[in-house]
Design a protein around this ligand. Structure first.
Ligand SMILES: C[S@@+](CC[C@H](N)C(=O)[O-])C[C@H]1O[C@@H](n2cnc3c(N)ncnc32)[C@H](O)[C@@H]1O
Length: 100
């Protein structure tokens, strides 16, 4: 798959809401499978620190945290609207200990 770079921050509240509501579960599952294949089962099951740059509303961050329960995440986004949604999602999932 060719990577398409995101050229700008997604600061618009409506855009953030729409992005958060979208279903990326198929893409997330494929992404997780590819990561697992790339790092190997031993690394997938070992502690690791992951930087999630441009985490958006955090849906993918949460999916990764659930798929790799020994990994911890530093999730950042330049758009406050997105970061706020990510923080809320992490708190709702009770994953503050592993996602900052
Ligand atoms: C398409 S969203 C992807 C969100 C998430 N990674 C996912 O796959 O579901 C891209 C995010 O990157 C953020 N972003 C883009 N450029 C950035 C930059 N230079 N610094 C920080 N965040 C950035 C945007 O605000 C947006 O929330």
């Amino acid at each position: 798959m060719e990577r398409v770079l995101e050229p700008e921050l997604m600061e618009d509240a409506v855009q953030a809401l729409a992005y958060e509501a979208a279903d990326f579960s198929d893409a997330d599952a494929l992404f997780i499978a590819r990561i697992r294949l790339a790092v190997g089962e031993a690394a997938a099951d070992a502690p690791a620190r992951v930087a999630d740059l441009g985490c958006g509303p955090g849906g993918q961050t949460l999916a990764l945290a659930r798929a790799f329960p020994r990994w911890s995440f530093e999730a950042v986004d330049g758009a406050e609207e997105m970061a706020a949604r990510a923080r809320a999602g992490v708190a709702a999932a009770g994953l503050e200990a592993r996602i900052r």
